[in-house]
Design a binder for this molecule. Structure first.
Ligand SMILES: *Cc1c(COP(=O)(O)O)cnc(C)c1O
Length: 543
């Protein structure tokens, strides 16, 4: 192990423990799983993140109107260790002090969290680490300065000098600026410092949605002090003007990765005009198995030999997990689902490309299935706090739960706890994004390893895993169209056919086949989509 390179991993969010609200969604879940796995394996990795005072908004549904709203409250975590280290970053020409905490709990002991809510900072500075993704523009730049510039300074102050800086998303990019500044302070010229910095940086790109890739006017960087003495021309050479954080990260790194094979193709196309960016390779995401997967279910799949006893045991375990989900739903919503009815799980961030309402858009198809008790559906998902379209999507689902009480439910405030019970206890896990917008998707991996069968568009990780009719189902056949209405019509038709001709008949008429599919689902995914494989690939191909 001694010859493994040491790595500092930077991310805005970490999903480590459900109740520790330092995460919003998939990006944070990936980062949390990465930290846990690197700890389990004893790899020389440290994480840098932010101690969010309020975290991400909690979602509630207004009982009268059925629309979601967000609420924030201050959080106090007693397990954090004071490192005694404080660093400072000049933001808008004022020194902001940043306290460094060490997260040592929940299977993680190598994560450092930065906090500006301390004595000596003025009110404005104390709020920089207030809310995760709470603000845009200058406030976002201030947060990213704390993460990137503050993060590198924290590492140096702690005496940690990693071989590799890994930026998980472009948010961490100012760490590259700080490393350039360090080198220039030691006498290097800009170009050389930039080149040398690139040798130490790797980058993971995520969203294939153009609007999801943050950009800022260069003047804003200069006003905020994020440029660290670099001039306009130098900044522009790195990230363009307006400065695109993904472009900048591509030009500040030695190698980058997309988060699935398909996403590699999409990302290369998307960024092909970026001259001098690092090469984008594909390293498909994975999950930390002990966090997400029912160990008993894994064992039963491993021992499975096709006998009636083995079938009964495996199905019994699934029903145990399904009962747990049904109990959870009843506790949260008062709705009692039926354990003998096919249960579809769907939990996603409410973004239009994820098409949460796709199945609900054809009531002629859906209504008879609900009425005849062939189907019941549980939804969950948050929208970005400032995204009214996303809130509208949630409101439509909530309206459907009122139209079909007992058959459709919505669980408020999607978090890791909900993610865990859903991906263990549903019968199938539905995923219907507009291809190729889903970069990877890790919830489907959680489901697959729990024997919850994926019914999914061939997007993100699923083209790499799917053996149709053997370990789950695909629908849509990889169809793509820039005409979203056309793509939606095509995929809805395919989804209906898949449910009506394959999923529903198999569930009710061929339990043996269903069980053997569960076993295949687990066996074909548990290694290929584990975080262990991801870490090994990071080490072999990136670090
Ligand atoms: C697993 C998980 C995600 C990521 O899942 P996707 O498939 O990328 O949507 C997001 N949020 C929570 C709470 C999760 O548990």
């Amino acid at each position: 192990m001694d010859n493994l390179k040491s790595v500092a991993y930077f991310c805005m969010e970490y999903g480590i423990e459900s109740s520790v609200k330092l995460y919003a969604g998939g990006l944070g879940i990936l980062a949390g799983d990465y930290m846990k796995e690197s700890c389990d394996l004893g790899y020389p990795v440290v994480g840098i993140g932010i101690l969010w005072k309020q975290g991400y908004g909690e979602q509630f549904i207004d009982q009268e109107t059925g629309t979601p709203y967000d609420a924030y409250k201050n959080r106090v975590y007693t397990f954090l260790e004071d490192t005694g280290v404080t660093v400072s970053v000049s933001i808008r020409k004022r020194d902001v002090n940043i306290k460094v905490w060490r997260y040592r709990a929940h299977g993680v002991d190598n994560l450092y969290l930065l906090d500006t809510d301390i004595e000596g900072n003025d009110g404005e500075a104390r709020w920089i680490t207030g809310q995760l993704y709470g603000w845009f523009g200058e406030e976002r730049v201030a947060q990213e300065m704390v993460l990137g510039i503050g993060g590198v300074r924290a590492l140096r102050a702690l005496g940690i000098n990693p071989h590799v800086f890994h930026f998980n998303e472009g948010h961490a990019l100012f760490a590259g600026f700080e490393v350039i500044r360090e080198k220039m302070a030691r006498g290097m010229r800009f170009r050389e410092a930039w080149n040398e910095t690139r040798k130490e940086v790797v980058f993971t790109t995520h969203t294939p949605i153009p609007e999801g890739n943050e950009q800022h006017p260069i003047d804003r960087f200069i006003y905020m002090g994020a440029n660290l003495n670099m001039n306009k021309r130098q900044l522009k050479a790195i990230g363009g003007d307006p400065f695109n954080m993904t472009v900048g990260a591509l030009r500040l790194s030695r190698v980058s990765n997309a988060v699935s094979d398909l996403h590699r193709v999409t990302a290369r196309k998307m960024w092909k005009k970026v001259k001098g960016g690092s090469k984008i390779i594909g390293i498909t995401n994975g999950i930390h198995i002990p966090t997400w997967v029912d160990r008993k279910m894994l064992e039963l799949a491993e021992e499975y030999n096709g006998t009636e006893t083995a079938e009964e045991e495996l199905w019994g375990r699934h029903m145990h997990n399904k009962d747990a989900l049904i109990g959870f739903i009843e506790k949260r919503t008062g709705v009692a689902f039926d354990r003998n009815v096919l249960l579809i799980g769907f939990a996603r961030r409410a973004a239009p490309y994820k098409r949460s309402g796709l199945l609900l858009s054809d009531l002629e198809f859906l209504e008879p299935l609900l009425r005849e008790r062939k189907l019941q559906i549980v939804f969950s998902g948050k929208s970005h706090p400032l995204d009214d379209t996303g809130k509208g999507i949630i409101a439509e689902i909530v309206a459907m739960t009122r139209k079909y009480p007992g058959s459709i439910v919505f669980l408020e405030n999607y978090d890791m706890e909900i993610g865990r019970v859903l991906t263990r206890g549903a019968d199938v896990w539905l995923n219907n994004p507009r291809r190729p917008r889903e970069a990877s998707g890790t919830s489907g991996m959680k489901a697959a390893m729990n024997g919850v069968l994926n019914v999914s568009i061939l997007d993100g990780w699923w083209p790499e895993a799917c053996i149709h009719g053997v370990n789950g189902w695909q629908f849509g056949g990889g169809f793509e169209s820039d005409n979203t209405a056309k793509a939606d019509r095509h995929d809805l038709k395919a989804l209906k056919a898949c449910l009506a001709n394959e999923v529903i008949p198999t569930f009710y008429e061929d339990r043996s086949k269903w069980i053997s599919m569960m076993v295949s689902s687990i066996k074909t995914t548990r290694e290929a989509f584990s975080m262990k494989r991801v870490l090994d690939e990071y080490y072999n191909k990136m670090y």
